[in-house]
Design a protein around this ligand. Structure first.
Ligand SMILES: Nc1ncnc2c1ncn2[C@@H]1O[C@H](COP(=O)(O)OP(=O)(O)OP(=O)(O)O)[C@@H](O)[C@H]1O
Ligand SMILES: [Mg+2]
Length: 234
C-alpha cells in the first residue's frame, strides 16, 4: 500500500533522511521506532509533503507522492495525526469534526459521523459543544485522531499518540487502533512506548540517524532484548 524507496530529505543544508526503505501493507499496523532525533517525524512529514526538500520515491497505491501537494495526498486517502495535535482553538468538538468531514474523500452525513464517533469515542460524543481547547490533553488527542478518522483515510499515520496521556487512556486508545486495523484501516505508528506499540503491531522498523537499521515482525522484536536495548532506550 505504501512503499518508500531510497527516501532522502533535507531541512535546509541538514541531510536528515539518508535513504529510507520501508513498506506498509494493507491491513497492517506497522510501528516505526527509534531514539529522539532519529528522523521518525521527518519520515511521516515527508510522506505527507510537509517537510523540506526530498528525493527518492514514495508510492501510495501506485501513486507517486513526492511531486504532489499535501492536499492531493490527503485526497488519495492518507491521514496524519502530528505530534502537536493541531486542535483548532475557539472551535467546538463538533466544529473540529466538521473540519475532518471537509477533508473527506467521499461526502458523508454529519449525523452518521457523529454516531460513529459516539461508538468509538464516547468521551467526545459527550462533549460535542465544548470548546476543544478546554478539553484535557488525552481528550484532545482523541479528537485529533477522530478528526483524521472522519475523513476515512485508507492509511493513517500517527506520531506518538500516547504522549502525555495517562496509561489507562493509552490502553484504551491502543485497543482502538487494533480495532481500526481489524476494520480495514492501515496504520503507520510512531511510538516511544515500544512494548505497548509492539503489542498491537504486526511489523516494526527501527530507525537510527536517518536510516532504517532493523526490520522484523513485532513479536520477534518484542523478544529481542539486545536490539531493544540498543535502539529503543530513550
Ligand atoms: N524544521 C527543522 N529544521 C531543521 N532541522 C530539523 C527540523 N525538524 C527536525 N529537524 C532535525 O531532524 C532530525 C530528525 O528529527 P525528527 O523530528 O524527525 O526526529 P524524531 O525521530 O521524530 O525524534 P523524537 O523522538 O524526538 O520525536 C533532528 O536532528 C532534528 O533536529
Ligand atoms: Mg518525532
Amino acid at each position: 500500500m505504501l512503499k518508500i524507496e531510497n527516501l532522502q530529505a533535507w531541512y535546509g543544508p541538514s541531510h536528515i533522511l539518508q535513504g529510507i526503505e520501508m513498506q506498509v501493507n494493507k491491513g497492517e499496523i506497522v510501528c516505526l521506532i527509534g531514539r529522539n532525533g532519529a528522523g521518525k517525524t521527518t519520515t511521516l512529514r515527508t510522506v505527507m509533503g510537509l517537510a523540506g526538500r526530498a528525493s527518492g520515491r514514495v508510492l501510495f497505491e501506485d501513486n507517486d507522492l513526492l511531486p504532489l501537494p499535501t492536499h492531493r495526498r490527503n485526497g488519495l486517502g492518507l491521514g496524519y495525526v502530528p505530534e502537536e495535535r493541531r486542535i483548532v482553538q475557539g472551535l467546538t468538538v463538533r466544529d473540529n469534526l466538521r473540519l475532518g468531514l471537509l477533508a473527506a474523500t467521499h461526502k458523508r452525513r454529519e449525523s452518521d459521523v457523529i454516531s460513529e464517533i459516539a461508538e468509538i469515542f464516547p468521551r467526545l460524543a459527550e462533549r460535542l459543544d465544548q470548546d476543544a481547547i478546554t478539553m484535557s490533553g488525552g481528550e484532545q488527542q482523541m479528537l485529533a485522531i477522530a478528526r483524521a478518522m472522519v475523513s476515512q483515510p485508507k492509511l493513517i499515520m500517527l506520531d506518538e499518540p500516547s504522549e502525555g496521556i495517562m496509561p489507562v487512556l493509552v490502553d484504551e486508545m491502543f485497543a482502538l487502533f487494533a480495532k481500526l486495523r481489524d476494520q480495514g484501516t492501515t496504520i503507520l505508528l510512531v511510538e516511544q512506548n515500544v512494548e505497548l506499540a509492539l503489542g498491537i503491531a504486526d511489523r516494526a522498523y527501527i530507525m537510527d540517524q536517518g536510516l532504517i537499521v532493523h526490520s522484523s515482525s513485532a513479536s520477534a522484536l518484542l523478544a529481542d532484548e539486545e536490539i531493544k536495548e540498543r535502539y529503543c532506550s530513550v
